[in-house]
Design a protein around this ligand. Structure first.
Ligand code: IMP
Length: 423
């Protein structure tokens, strides 16, 4: 962590890498924690003082009383869901109103965006993206089409602007013959959420960040989703609609590339994916089920089964290069404690072609594996790297060599204390 810099903490595969726990360990070191992309499609599970919270739009620095938290311009925000999330935290005793600053340039997810999300998915038939249904795609589409509403819009003539956009959405839904929906109650809560949001500092967060950086403050940019879900670089069209990579930190917070310091890339000791789309390392057998069960791999937002597989070095190498990852953080190593052998995908193959580079069309590729011995040891009680069993240390060395990037933190369990630094 350097003063006057923005460090980024990014999930570098398909999201759900366990960023919540790490951010929570990191926040004491930073003055400001900021979200730069995505919205309530994220679900960062944090266990704090024995209580479990799932954060969707609010940055994980919120548990640290002294910190300023920012929802940046690159985010999309649903006022009703934001209100529910914030009120839960307030009820648990956290003061939010003075410490949570929301960019006036962040875009609003309307209830009708969520209906559109469902309608577009239904129209796609078997090519469904498997979205979280939170209206993410329709909102970012309208941002690009320049027809969307921003947080700053709630401060002036909002009813008219809202009614106009809602009626446009209703017309689109009619054209799609998607008319069997009722948003009455949702809309009531949403409008209540809009009023509630007005009690928060709605600011020009990029200017706030420029001033803070100039004054030598440190900022942690908290990623959401993962690199392979990035709108440009992920497995398109099976992606989310925002820039989840380190480039998105600059556009989503309004900070310059030379303000970026360290880039921490988080991955799990194995792989998971929710929703549809190519996933060459997916295991359809008992091993996949075992990883899911031990790792409790069920979606934080939708409760869906996560698809599970071995670690994917093709995806990781690609993500490290795209993001400029300077340090890796390996999560959930303990989930593999009982496996006799561990596999790592080192290449993809299709029709006699073998590649170590991420292909344009990831559909239909099979994983090529290398096999390593399992460590068959309970890692959960370990507190320092010198206690690592040899086979686990070998796995780390193997990954570091293949990825040409140091793994500086290893997580061996859900608790904060089960986070081991190797730096
Ligand atoms: P959307 O972001 O709701 O549009 O969903 C697009 C794709 O991204 C779907 O496959 C989702 O399952 C996936 N996705 C969105 N947010 C997350 C996340 O926080 N973790 C993992 N997958 C996500």
């Amino acid at each position: 962590m350097a003063k006057g810099k923005v460090d980024a903490l990014l999930g570098i595969v398909f999201g759900d890498e366990g960023k919540g726990k790490v951010v929570d360990c990191f926040t004491p070191k930073y003055d400001i924690v900021a979200r730069f992309a995505g919205g309530p499609n994220a679900g960062h599970t944090i266990i704090f003082e024995g209580k479990k919270f799932v954060l969707r739009s609010i940055p994980s620095g919120i548990f640290d009383e002294g910190k300023v938290n920012i929802i940046g311009n690159g985010c999309v925000i649903a006022p009703d869901l934001f209100m529910a999330e914030a009120k839960e935290l307030e009820a648990a005793g956290y003061d939010l109103k003075s410490r949570l600053h929301i960019s006036k340039r962040a875009h609003l997810i309307l209830p009708t965006h969520r209906v559109l999300d469902r309608a577009y998915e239904a129209a796609k038939g078997k090519n469904k993206v498997g979205t979280t249904g939170k209206g993410i795609g329709p909102t970012y589409s309208e941002k690009a089409a320049r027809t969307s509403l921003r947080v700053g819009d709630i401060l002036e003539n909002f009813s008219e602007k809202y009614a106009a956009l809602k009626s446009r959405h209703e017309q689109i839904l009619k054209d799609l013959h998607y008319t069997d929906y009722d948003i009455t109650e949702e809309e009531r809560l949403w409008l209540e959420g809009v009023e509630y949001m007005k009690s928060f500092p709605l600011t020009d967060t990029e200017i706030e960040l420029h001033k803070a950086l100039k004054a030598g403050k440190s900022v942690l940019a908290e990623g959401a989703q993962g690199t392979m879900l990035d709108i440009d670089h992920g497995t398109y069209p099976f992606v989310s609609s925002s820039s989840t990579c380190s480039g998105g930190v600059c556009t989503g917070l309004g900070v310059a590339p030379n303000a970026i310091g360290e880039i921490f890339g988080i991955f799990k000791a194995y792989s998971t994916r929710v929703g549809s789309g190519p996933f060459p390392v997916e295991l359809f057998d008992e091993t996949g089920d075992k990883i899911r069960e031990i790792g409790n791999e069920y979606g934080a937002v939708t409760g869906r089964n996560r698809r599970c597989g071995w670690v994917d070095l093709v995806a990781l190498k690609y993500a490290i290069a795209l993001n400029g990852v300077t340090q890796l953080i390996m999560m959930k190593s303990d989930v593999l404690d009982t496996f006799d052998t561990i596999k790592a995908c080192v290449a993809y193959k299709k029709d006699g072609v073998v590649t170590e580079d991420m292909p344009y069309d990831t559909e239909g590729w099979e994983a090529v594996y290398e096999e390593l011995p399992g460590w068959k040891t309970d890692l959960t009680g370990l507190t320092s790297p010198d206690q690592f069993p040899k086979a686990f240390q070998d796995y780390i060395d193997y990954l570091e060599k293949a990825l040409e990037t140091p793994i500086t933190i290893v997580s061996v369990g859900p608790d904060r204390a089960q986070t081991i630094s190797r730096a």
